[in-house]
Design a protein around this ligand. Structure first.
Ligand code: NAP
Ligand code: F7E
Length: 323
């Protein structure tokens, strides 16, 4: 059985990717960092089917050890400090993990498993102040946060290792993708969880920042399929992955609240704390290369995604309340 190493397996994408790889017959090795409390909520259901190994993107020797011990055929580098606002408060940590962490992974692979295939989780945040609409693989990069800057580094070091050492190393430039497993601080899950809490009488409002910004939101489960497809190609290349549609945060609110028969205008309050020092106003992908070369397309559309997330939060909270 081929062996896949997944960093960031406890995160949203890592959990969906691991499930998909198990279905495809891989031995899945998930790298987790040590913490005083276990953060395995998203992988509870597959814990006995995967191998969990400790390692940290800060620590080179831990990465080399993982490569030596498990000899992966495919490596999915999903671990990162991934929350944009935190990147202004912790810019150096963000650079260490989200930028230099990629080099540590690539270098461990170069030394131990140079023939393995490497996937880097690049991001539409690299387009930032967009230079072109829609954004494709050739759109110039203009990041607007320390997170975006760190991802640009990770993106280019992946290309550099491919070109310098002839390694099979690729980047997926993924636009925002969400799910019921999304972290609670990201705007989509903050809204859907808030709607469920308001509907069930636990809260009376949600404080949000910029409702005007526009994002290209898709379903995370569709996006992990694209990661795998990129590593099955004959030759390595980078791909934009998104829906090709863009929606305002306000529109997300409208659909989420109306699914619960509520009017968002009554419950969404402006909160200055959630505005950013520099904003990414508009993201919209051109995923035509992925469609043509990978045969990849979304299965879940925007409205279905929003409603799925609200319903999942309603179910989760009702279960907790014993309803
Ligand atoms: P996520 O839910 O925030 O997961 C991040 C993962 O990284 C977690 O498993 C976390 O572990 C791990 N991690 C953080 N610091 C680490 C370190 N120093 N060493 C080892 N592991 C560490 O992120 P996601 O939404 O699944 O995204 C996956 C990747 O895709 C990230 O690189 C993200 O930047 C990128 N991306 C995401 C999107 C999106 O819309 N979701 C779009 C484009 C790119 P803990 O559980 O211990 O915190
Ligand atoms: O913000 C606005 C905020 O934090 C989306 C990460 O996965 O996708 C994600 O980054 C928009 C922004 O995601 C609130 O100003 C308004 O314009 O959900 P978000 P993000 O910053 O787009 C990219 C592709 C990644 O790579 C990242 O890892 O929503 N917004 N009010 C708010 N955002 C938050 N978080 N909270 C608010 O209250």
């Amino acid at each position: 059985m081929p062996v896949a190493l997944v960093t960031g397996i406890t995160g949203q994408d890592g959990s969906y990717l691991a499930e998909m790889l198990l279905e495809k017959g891989y031995d899945v090795v998930g790298m987790v960092r040590r913490s005083s409390t276990i953060t395995f909520d998203r992988i509870e259901q597959i814990q006995d089917k995967i191998t969990i190994v400790q390692g940290d993107l800060h620590d080179q020797s831990s990465l080399v050890n993982v490569f030596e011990e498990y000899k992966p055929d495919e490596v999915y580098n999903l671990a990162a400090q991934s929350f944009v606002p935190t990147s202004w408060n912790q810019p150096v940590l963000t650079g260490e993990v989200t930028a230099l962490g990629v080099t540590r992974m690539l270098d461990a692979m170069r030394l131990v498993r140079p023939k393995a295939r490497f996937y880097q989780a690049s991001s539409s945040e690299m387009f930032g102040k967009v230079q072109e609409v829609p954004q494709s693989e050739s759109t110039p990069l203009y990041p607007r946060s320390p997170y975006g800057v760190a991802k640009v580094y990770g993106h280019w070091i992946t290309i550099n290792y491919r070109e310098s050492y002839d390694m099979f190393a690729v980047s997926g430039i993924l636009f925002n993708h969400e799910s019921p497993r999304r972290g609670l601080e990201f705007v989509t899950r903050k809204i859907t969880n808030g709607v469920a809490r308001i509907k069930l009488g636990l809260d009376t409002e949600i404080g949000l920042g910029n409702l005007d910004s526009r994002r290209d939101w898709g379903y995370a489960k569709d996006y992990v399929e694209a990661m795998w497809l990129m590593l099955q190609k004959d030759s390595p290349d980078d791909y934009v992955i998104g829906t090709g549609e863009t929606h305002e945060v306000r529109e997300f609110c409208e659909i989420a609240f109306s699914y619960a028969d509520l009017d968002y205008k009554e419950f969404v309050k402006k909160d200055e704390r959630f505005f950013r020092p520099a904003e990414v106003d508009l993201l919209v992908s051109d995923p035509s290369k992925a469609k043509q070369e990978l045969g990849w397309e979304i299965k879940v559309g925007f409205k279905e995604l929003v409603e799925m997330m609200v319903q999942a939060d309603l179910d989760k909270i009702k279960q907790k309340l014993g309803q």
